[in-house]
Design a protein around this ligand. Structure first.
Ligand code: ADP
Ligand code: MG
Length: 453
């Protein structure tokens, strides 16, 4: 048998033992490129992601299968062979340099003191008719911290840039005023958790101090706080303590104060005493500008007609626009598939359908266990084995991300765990997904499985 035949036979065996989507994803375009006299086999895979994955997950399977056909094999090495000749991609598109050619980029991390993420800045925030009021009010606040609009209350639908704008404002204030102004960002969910924790552990004084000892308090998604009495009470006092000392408060919500049903009247009237502005849906020009902006951030390009198509079709959510760009780039950069109009249209339709389709937690759990080839009892069970941990955390994250499930419910679904474990898992994955390409791609592939079924 020559090397080619050995590999074909090995692939036939492997194909029987793993799921079809996994087989196609990881082994497409793989081959043996060398066998040395010492019995070392070199297998090439189509990209670094596949290499890492195959090496970590299928090594033993490959080794055992190969040995069936050639007993002299002692060792396997994996490599990536660039597929220039296979690259059928449109010439006007430049490919991002592969990671090894990029200069070391310092890892972006949430600043522990402010809780702000450095990825959000005003420079990357595209301003247009849908958000210029909010942006204008925010600029005024940055120039006159605590003196102009207080509180500044920003509301709008999901994925329209509220978190981006208020975090960017926090970063800007920090940069402009250096250490003179102390900024703190918190989601209202985290605020509630802190209050609950403080009550349980009799540490209310510390928690009070933590939030009252700042010059700018930014609180995201305040609508979550409504109805949680003790937290609302605590927030009210924090609010007053800050307000009376002319400290700046910036708030975001998915709806105006009057529409948060269970919000206490006194808190509502406090909010209404400041400045309330909304962010609405971006128009076509703005959507196109956002697309160009995101591509630039990623150091990638797509043909104009593809950008225009996305801007045309995806109208209600900037996060969806980003999701589509990521997916198109993923197909191109990882799978080497040309983003034709037809293909991008299909991606868009899929993603737009997804947002309306009813996904169940059972589908998510099944997709994750299929992807990692674990049994469902292992995935949601209590074993602390290393290979179960990440899949389990990804499951928590997807239950949260796709179904907006509450943390206690996620804990319940995943083997009756405590809600703090669910919070930890979701936060961990949410943080890492931005800086860990491998994780990001795994999640894209799992989502594909979910939506395909
Ligand atoms: P929200 O908090 O309103 O749900 P986000 O601030 O999380 O929305 O925005 C969703 C995604 O869209 C983020 O990645 C953000 O960077 C991006 N985005 C939203 N609006 C803009 C904008 N005007 N310019 C650039 N990026 C934007
Ligand atoms: Mg947000």
């Amino acid at each position: 048998m020559d090397l080619n035949e050995i590999w074909q036979s090995t692939l036939n065996e492997i194909e029987l033992q793993i799921s079809r989507p996994n087989f196609l994803t990881w082994f497409r375009n793989s081959r043996i490129i060398e066998k040395t006299d010492e019995g070392k086999i070199v297998i090439s895979l189509s990209n670094t992601f596949a290499k890492e994955w195959v090496e970590n997950k299928y090594h033993k399977l490959i080794f055992d299968s190969l040995k069936n056909f050639d007993e002299s094999i002692k060792k396997i090495e994996y490599c990536v062979v660039s597929n220039d000749e296979k690259n059928i991609f449109n010439k006007e598109i430049k490919k991002t340099p592969s990671p090894k050619h990029q200069p070391d980029i310092p890892e972006l991390k949430v600043d522990p003191e402010t809780n702000l993420h450095p990825r959000y800045n005003l420079k990357s925030f595209v301003v247009g008719s849908s958000n210029e009021l909010a942006y204008g009010a925010m600029s005024a606040v940055i120039k006159n911290v605590g003196k102009k609009y207080n509180p500044l209350f920003i509301y709008g639908g999901t994925g329209l840039g509220k978190t981006h704008l208020i975090q960017a404002a926090g970063n800007e204030i920090k940069n402009v005023y250096k250490n003179k102004i102390k900024v703190k960002y918190v989601t209202s969910e985290k605020f509630v958790n802190d209050v609950v924790w403080a009550i349980r552990n009799k540490r209310m004084e510390d928690t009070k101090a933590k939030y009252r000892d700042v010059d700018v308090l930014i609180i995201d998604d305040i609508h979550f706080i409504g109805g949680k009495e003790r937290s609302e009470e605590e927030f009210f006092h924090t609010f007053n303590a800050l307000y009376e000392r002319n400290k700046q408060i910036i708030i975001s919500s998915d709806r105006p104060p009057a529409a948060i049903p269970v919000l206490e009247e006194r808190l509502r009237s406090r909010f209404e005493g400041g400045m309330i502005v909304d962010i609405s849906y971006p128009d076509y020009e703005m959507r196109l500008a956002i697309i160009k902006n995101k591509l630039q951030e990623k150091n990638s390009q797509l043909p104009d007609n593809v950008c225009e198509l996305i801007a045309n079709k995806v109208q209600r959510n900037v996060r969806e626009i980003e999701g589509i760009i990521n997916k198109v780039l993923f197909y191109y950069e990882v799978k080497n598939i040309e983003p034709t109009i037809a293909m991008v249209e299909e991606i868009i339709n899929n993603i737009l359908q997804q947002s309306s389709k009813n996904i169940t937690s059972a589908q998510i759990i099944k997709a994750v266990s299929d992807f990692f080839e674990l049994t469902q009892p292992d995935l949601i069970g209590h074993s602390r084995k290393k290979e179960f941990i990440e899949p389990r955390q990804i499951t928590s994250f997807l239950l949260r991300d796709l179904l907006r499930m509450s943390y206690p419910d996620i804990g319940e679904k995943l083997g009756k765990r405590d809600h703090t474990t669910a919070i930890y898992s979701c936060n961990k994955i949410a943080k890492e997904i931005n800086k860990n390409q491998t994780l990001n791609r795994k999640i894209i592939l799992i989502k594909e499985i979910i939506y395909k079924n």
